[in-house]
Design a protein around this ligand. Structure first.
Ligand code: ADP
Length: 735
């Protein structure tokens, strides 16, 4: 069994004194008995006890001195107790005593030097930083160095003799029995043990234990060195936690994260790859082959090899197979990680899903193509103007409409250069309005292109503002040339149709017209005859003759006015809008058709507003409308037995502010609900001889002058036709 060692200097000094006194007392007693008593025994042998006692203090000099002292006392005692006659037995006893003292002294000195050496070695063990503990095979602690005191907080005095496992509440992933078995088997064990310190805190130690056997090979003790690895363990756990967190973070990144060796072999892939059914053990670099679309693989590998060779960042866009077997567009990018010397250690890459972006790009390209097509087909270009700089952007179709090649920089000057000279002021005005912040722009103007062609364009734009880009006008430029030409053609054919129907109408009114003309003619003839008679008297009555001639002139004027009106109606001419007095037109028209009205026995009643409203309209066309309405009314009343009353009224419109209104109301058959819907349609007629063009032309004429026409069925029966025309408030009458 191993001795227990631990230095305790003060106690040792205390013991030394007692031992020295005891040794002196025993030495003195032995000397007195030896010298003064006649005992024939080798009492001097007991000096051995004195030597042993002194030597137990560990003091080498004192031991040597004591031994010599004892030898001296033995000799002195021998001389004093014997006279001249010394028996051989006494001599032998003295020699034995001396031999015993010397032998004991030599042995104790040797033992002392061995003990000193061992103490020194134990001191060295105490100096060791590690905790060094020895315990016997019953776990009792036999050695406990300062390192152990510092580590576990138990002093050597507290620890020595205690069962180590129980005192430190040892626990280890490996059961204690197994550790013991291993120690007995191999003589060694090392591993981690968790122990509880004196203050109750828990520590983890790395322990290395060795088994000590005695000469017979029997296990005697265990020596263990331990050091505190609690901090290291904590750091390892923290590093592990951080590593796992990083791993989890990398796993949840919405991209396929990977790293490769410097030569491009994949060495790490995150969980997203596993979602695709790809595992790293599929063959390193060949994973790409299994997931990249065959059509993209060659290019991807070329880019990758080029990046590896040049050490430059790697970028590629390829289709990557998804977990469902379908391919999705991905951006593959990687950056090299270099060491201090610039050598590439690893590549770190991520594949980002850009399928949605690709789809959006595709959709954008398609809608751009659609837009281009739509713009070409509808002849509509787009123009965007950034404010306040005035920088412009034109679409392809806008370039085509302005007749500029694509390399011309869009600008207001470029637009003005191709604007019809008469419309330049309009375009400038609109541009200035936009610059001063107008919200909406709606303008029509003409372009005069270098080849002399004229285009009509309609430009609409609105102001749009965005936080990042500032204000901008976004607009559509429509080439309305064809529409304009069609409108003009339509206006021409409408005019022609109106003319034809007027001529037809004149035919119908022939009797009336003839009457209008023949009546003043007859009057002229009558007045002429009367004039001649007044002059043929013996005494010519000049005054009466003058009166007759004046009457003749008046009638002739009336006739020529009628003829002029008829000629105007018959003439083929363009619309000539003028400011007209409505009451005057109504009166003239009634005069023109008076004969017809009489024929139909129509009672005409007028209700004309004073002062007379004025409108801007073509005189002949307005008369045509009125004649049409009056004749339709007369015809509608022809089949009616009751009173035939035609009311013609002028006045301001109550429903259309700023418009004058004319009402032609009859007491005729009226208009059925069914017919009312088609009344103004071309070729709609209920008459055997009718053409069905009258009301249709009336509507074209009224609408062309900015008015509208409609029919009503009054409660008292008959029909009421009404139309409104914008009133001319300036009041410049045509005369
Ligand atoms: P048309 O006189 O050649 O028939 P219009 O266009 O002038 O052509 O008239 C179309 C139809 O409208 C007429 O056939 C008639 O049935 C109806 N209509 C027009 N004015 C009146 C009215 N004042 N009263 C009843 N029906 C009318």
């Amino acid at each position: 069994m191993m001795e227990t060692f631990q230095s305790a200097p003060r106690a040792v000094r205390h013991d030394t004194r007692i031992v020295s006194i005891l040794a002196a007392v025993i030495g003195l007693a032995v000397f007195l008995i030896d010298a003064l008593t006649p005992l024939d025994i080798a009492i001097a042998v007991l000096y051995v006890i004195v030597v042993l006692l002194v030597s137990s203090t560990g003091n080498r000099t004192a031991t040597v001195t004591t031994a010599w002292g004892c030898v001296l006392l033995t000799l002195v005692g021998f001389i004093l107790s014997h006279d001249e006659t010394v028996s051989s037995g006494a001599l032998a006893r003295c020699a034995v005593s001396l031999l015993a003292i010397v032998t004991t002294a030599i042995l104790t000195l040797r033992n002392q030097s061995a003990t000193t050496k061992m103490q020194e070695q134990l001191e060295l063990l105490n100096l060791a930083h590690d905790a060094i503990v020895a315990h016997d095979m019953n776990d009792r602690i036999t050695f406990w160095n300062r390192g152990a005191e510092a580590l576990y907080g138990f002093s050597a005095q507290e620890a020595l003799g205690q069962p180590i496992q129980r005192m430190t509440q040892s626990s280890s992933p490996v059961p204690h029995a197994l550790i013991r078995t291993e120690l007995l088997r191999s003589g060694h064990w090392d591993g981690e043990i968790t122990r509880v310190r004196h203050d109750g805190s828990e520590i983890v130690i790395a322990s290395r234990a060795a088994l000590l056997r005695d000469a017979k090979g029997l296990p005697r003790a265990v020596l263990a060195t331990s050091n505190d690895i609690t901090q290291r363990k904590r750091m390892e756990a923290e590093v592990q936690r951080q590593r796992e967190e990083l791993r989890k973070t990398i796993d949840v990144i919405p991209g396929m994260v990977w790293s490769s060796s410097s030569d491009g072999r994949l060495i790490f892939i995150n969980r997203r790859w596993n979602d695709l059914g790809v595992a790293l053990d599929e063959g390193g670099g060949d994973i790409w082959r299994t997931i990249v679309h065959p059509a993209d693989l060659a290019q991807m590998q070329r880019d990758w090899q080029a990046a590896i060779a040049a050490g430059t960042p790697f970028e590629n866009v390829s289709r990557i197979r998804g977990g469902d077997g379908g391919y999705r567009w991905m951006h593959i990018g990687a950056e090299p990680l270099r060491d201090g010397a610039g050598q590439i250690l690893r590549w770190y890459g991520v594949n980002t899903d850009i399928e949605a972006r690709k789809q959006a790009e595709h959709a954008l390209r398609r809608s751009e193509a659609f837009l281009l097509d739509a713009q070409r087909l509808s002849r509509t270009g787009s123009i965007a103007t950034r404010l306040p700089a005035g920088t412009m952007w034109w679409s392809d179709e806008a370039y085509r409409i302005f007749d500029y090649p694509r390399d011309v920089v869009p600008s207001i000057d470029a637009i003005l250069a191709h604007t019809h000279p008469d419309d330049i002021a309009i375009v400038r005005g609109v541009h200035e309005a936009a610059a001063s912040g107008a919200c909406e722009i709606d303008v029509e103007h003409r372009l005069l292109l270098p080849d002399g062609a004229i285009k009509h364009v309609h430009f609409v734009a609105h102001r749009a503002s965005s936080e990042s880009d500032g204000d901008e006008y976004v607009g559509a430029l429509m080439d309305v040339t064809e529409t304009k030409l069609a409108q003009e053609a339509l206006a021409r054919s409408t005019a022609e149709l109106a003319h034809v129907t007027r001529v037809t109408m004149l035919g119908e009114l022939a009797a009336s017209i003839a009457h209008e003309v023949t009546q003043p003619m007859a009057a002229i003839v009558t007045c002429g005859g009367a004039g001649l008679r007044w002059l043929g008297r013996e005494k010519p009555d000049i005054a009466e003759a003058q009166e007759s001639i004046t009457q003749m002139i008046r009638d002739a004027k009336r006739a020529s006015e009628v003829i002029a009106r008829i000629r105007a109606m018959a003439r083929k001419r363009d619309s000539q809008p003028a400011t007209l007095d409505l009451n005057e037109i109504v009166g003239e028209t009634i005069e023109l058709v008076r004969r017809e009205l009489e024929r139909y026995r129509v009672d005409v009643r007028t209700d004309l507003a004073m002062p007379s409203p004025t409108v801007v309209c073509d005189r002949v066309q307005l008369q045509q409308v009125l004649i049409n309405l009056i004749m339709n009314a007369a015809q509608a009343m022809s089949g009616v037995n009751g009173p035939r009353i035609l009311r013609i009224a002028t006045g301001a419109s109550s429903r259309d502010p700023g418009c004058a209104q004319i009402t032609v109301q009859d007491s005729g058959t009226g208009i059925s609900e069914e017919n009312a819907r088609r009344l103004f349609d071309a070729f709609f007629t209920t008459k055997a001889e009718g053409m069905g063009m009258g009301l249709s032309i009336c509507r074209s004429i009224i609408e062309a002058h900015g008015g509208r026409i409609w029919a009503e069925s009054p409660d008292e029966g008959g029909a009421r036709l009404r139309f409104v025309l914008p009133e001319n408030e300036g009041g410049d009458n045509e005369h």
